[in-house]
Design a protein around this ligand. Structure first.
Ligand code: ARG
Length: 274
C-alpha cells in the first residue's frame, strides 16, 4: 500500500527563455545545426510557469540577459537550503556570467548568499531531502561540479553531503539522473552512476523508484515534485506511469525546444528554501 502523497507549497525561481538558442554545444544533447523554434520555446516555458502557479506555488522570475542563451536553466545558478544560497561557479565560460545575476537576485531578496571558490552548477548537481536523516544533500560530480565543491557546500550549508559520481555524459548533471519526489523519497537511473555510487544510493534509499534508460533519455528524471504532483516532460510516459504507480500524480508538460539545450523541467526551476 502506498503512503498518502502530501503536497507542500514551494517557492521557485525561473528565468524566461527570451534569448534561448543553441549556439554552442557543451553537452551531448546540444547540436548547433538543429534549429530551435524560439517562439515555441517561450510558449512552452509559459505553460510550465502556469502549471507551477496552478499547483499553488510561488514563482519568482529572473530577468533574462542577451548573450546568455542558457540562462533559462535557472536551476544552475545556486543551491539554496535553509535560507542560505550557495552560489554557482560554472564549468564553461559561456555560462560564467549567469552566476552574477543569481547572486544579485538573492542579495536583493535579503537572502544570505555565499559565493563559491569551487566549480559547481547549483541545483543542477545538488538535491535536498529535508526529511531524510534530518536533512540530507545529494551531490553529483564527474562532468560539471567538482567533488571539492561538495565539501564546500557542506561547510556553507551545514548539512551532510553525499557525493555521487556521474559516469554517463548524457546525464552530466545530477538532476538528469536523480530527483527527489518528496522530502525523503528519490527516483534515479542507476547506470548513470559509478558502481560504488550505485551501492551508496541502494544503501541510503532501499525503497527508491528506479528509472531505466528510456526514462532517463526522455528526461523523465528531470522533474519537479511538490510531494504529490510530479511535473515532468510529456515524452517521459514510462516515468509518468512509474510515479503514478507509487501514488504520485504525474503532470506532463511539453518542453521539446528546451530539450535541445540539454534540459527539461527541473533545469528550468530552482527551488528557494527559506
Ligand atoms: N545547456 C545547458 C548546459 O549544458 C543545459 C543545462 C541544464 N540544466 C540542468 N540543471 N541540468 O549547461
Amino acid at each position: 500500500m502506498n503512503q498518502p502523497r502530501i503536497p507542500r507549497k514551494r517557492t521557485y525561481l525561473l528565468c524566461p527563455p527570451e534569448y534561448f538558442t543553441v549556439e554552442y554545444a557543451i553537452n551531448p544533447w546540444m547540436d548547433v545545426t538543429t534549429p530551435v523554434d524560439s517562439e515555441l520555446a517561450v510558449k512552452q516555458w509559459y505553460r510550465l510557469r502556469e502549471t507551477l502557479l496552478d499547483l499553488g506555488h510561488t514563482v519568482h522570475e529572473l530577468t533574462p540577459e542577451p548573450g546568455l542563451p542558457d540562462m533559462v536553466y535557472a536551476a544552475n545558478g545556486a543551491f539554496v537550503v535553509d535560507g542560505t544560497s550557495y552560489g554557482a561557479r560554472f564549468r564553461h565560460r559561456q555560462r560564467a556570467a549567469e552566476a552574477e545575476s543569481h547572486r544579485a537576485f538573492y542579495e536583493a531578496y535579503g537572502w544570505r548568499h555565499v559565493s563559491p571558490t569551487e566549480t559547481n552548477e547549483g541545483e543542477g548537481d545538488f538535491a535536498y531531502l529535508p526529511d531524510a536523516y534530518g536533512g540530507l544533500i545529494l551531490a553529483g560530480y564527474g562532468f560539471r561540479t567538482s567533488a571539492a565543491a561538495h565539501a564546500e557546500a557542506q561547510e556553507v550549508l551545514g548539512r551532510p553531503v553525499v557525493s555521487l559520481r556521474l559516469v554517463d555524459p548524457r546525464f552530466y548533471h545530477l538532476d538528469t539522473a536523480l530527483a527527489a519526489l518528496d522530502d525523503r523519497t528519490v527516483v534515479y537511473f542507476p547506470e548513470a552512476f559509478s558502481p560504488a555510487s550505485q551501492q551508496v544510493l541502494a544503501q541510503l534509499f532501499p525503497d527508491a523508484i528506479r528509472a531505466d534508460e528510456a526514462d532517463a533519455v526522455a528526461f523523465g528524471l528531470n522533474l519537479v515534485s511538490d510531494g504529490r504532483h510530479v511535473v515532468l516532460n510529456s515524452e517521459a510516459t514510462g516515468m509518468a506511469a512509474k510515479v503514478a504507480a507509487a501514488g504520485y500524480l504525474p503532470v506532463p508538460v511539453e518542453l521539446s525546444e528546451l530539450k535541445k539545450g540539454g534540459g527539461s523541467v527541473k533545469c528550468c526551476v530552482a527551488e528557494l528554501r527559506p
